[in-house]
Design a binder for this molecule. Structure first.
Ligand code: 6MZ
Length: 347
């Protein structure tokens, strides 16, 4: 007999807006990759942070390096992306924005361009198979790589925005927050915005980035990733909060990721509470469902049990995420219709 909560959260239609492709690789897919490359001597345990385990953010970034070794051909990317999309769909996600950093691998002939083409191919393939999910792609800028690479990435994103039938909708800024500074990336981000790409930026994921956050908020971004240290109770500032509120910039919140990555001390102290109580648009997301061993149903369930949300409140939360997507108005309308059709008679 299935727990009724488990069924409710899995059947709850959901929107996932913050999912890094290579952080979202499930244990099953990792096993397939390992069997393709046994000579690397990589084990599943090196690619994930299990239940009850916590690592520093630095250690999390080491995990991504291991996964990148396993995913270095077009064939790998195609398998990883199709598996990840099917898994999100099986978890009740109806709209997904995947993000990934285009990588070049000299040894396998992978180029940044073929990287993006392959992700697009995976999205198209899932669509052709009839998987019940609308998937879009955000091209990610790794902050550690600086101005030139950021501009090159934006140029690629612009090219694909025009040629991908609307699948490439924006740009993400991510990567190790302790490395680099937003001031070097501002011109590239500005260019992306001017060309019509949407911006989702990791902001204040760690403390003491107030000047960077203030600078990047001037763009302004269309969404914020994490924003863990924005508010004054944790060393942020009221003026940053005021800007985010005035510009009504939705925040993508990833509870398990932040607890396991030790930027938040425990679930009950997660900044979800601060923003939710303000009535500010917040969207629950997984970040890296593979690395942090979670899924979006579990994240909704955790938020509800930690902060005492009723099923009705949970439904509202998932529904409001539709307003925050980067896809066009027509897609928002389709999703609203879907939510209406799936709405339970009673909670
Ligand atoms: C910042 C993160 C991240 O792009 O190779 N990434 N960036 N903060 C986080 N919090 C935990 N989690 C993942 O997926 C892996 C990459 O996503 C970014 C990092 O740049 C990481 O290398 P892709 O598909």
């Amino acid at each position: 007999v299935m727990d009724s909560d488990v069924v409710f959260y899995r059947e709850l239609p959901k929107v996932e807006l913050h999912a890094h492709l290579n952080g979202s690789v499930s244990a099953q897919t990792i096993e397939k990759l390992i069997s393709r490359k046994p000579q690397l001597n990589i084990e599943r345990s090196m690619t994930a942070i299990g239940k009850g385990q916590r690592r520093t953010l630095d250690e999390c970034f080491e995990v991504f390096k291991v996964i990148h070794k396993l995913v270095d051909t077009e064939e790998d990317i195609l398998m990883v992306a199709t598996d990840v999309i099917r898994e999100f769909a099986a978890d009740g996600v109806k709209y997904l924005e995947l993000r990934s950093t285009p990588r070049e691998e000299k040894d396998t002939g992978l180029t940044k361009k073929s990287y993006i083409e392959t992700v697009i191919k995976a999205i198209q393939q899932c669509k052709d198979e009839g998987v019940d999910i609308d998937v879009r792609f955000l091209v990610a800028i790794d902050r550690r790589n600086g101005t030139e690479v950021a501009l090159e990435t934006v140029n690629l994103a612009e090219e694909f925005m025009l040629s991908s039938d609307g699948l490439v909708v924006g740009v993400d800024l991510s990567g190790d927050p302790t490395v680099g500074h937003g001031r070097y990336l501002l011109p590239a981000l500005q260019k992306a915005k001017n060309s019509g790409l949407k911006l989702s930026l990791h902001l204040s994921e760690i403390p003491s980035q107030l000047d960077e956050t203030d600078l990047l908020l001037s763009l302004p971004p269309d969404r914020i990733g994490h924003g863990t240290f924005l508010h004054p109770d944790v060393g942020g500032s009221q003026s940053l909060v005021d800007k985010v509120v005035q510009k009504n910039i939705p925040i993508e919140l990833c509870l398990t990721s932040n607890v396991k990555g030790k930027t938040v001390p425990c679930y009950s102290k997660h900044h979800f509470k601060y923003w939710y109580e303000l009535g500010h648009p917040t969207v629950l997301c997984t970040d890296d469902k593979g690395v942090f061993c979670t899924d979006l149903s579990q994240e909704y369930q955790l938020a509800a049990s930690t902060f005492g949300l009723s099923r009705e409140a949970v439904w509202k939360l998932s529904q409001q995420a539709i307003d925050c997507i980067f896809g066009p108005e027509s897609v928002k309308q389709q999703l609203r219709q879907k939510w209406n059709d799936l709405h339970p008679q009673v909670f």
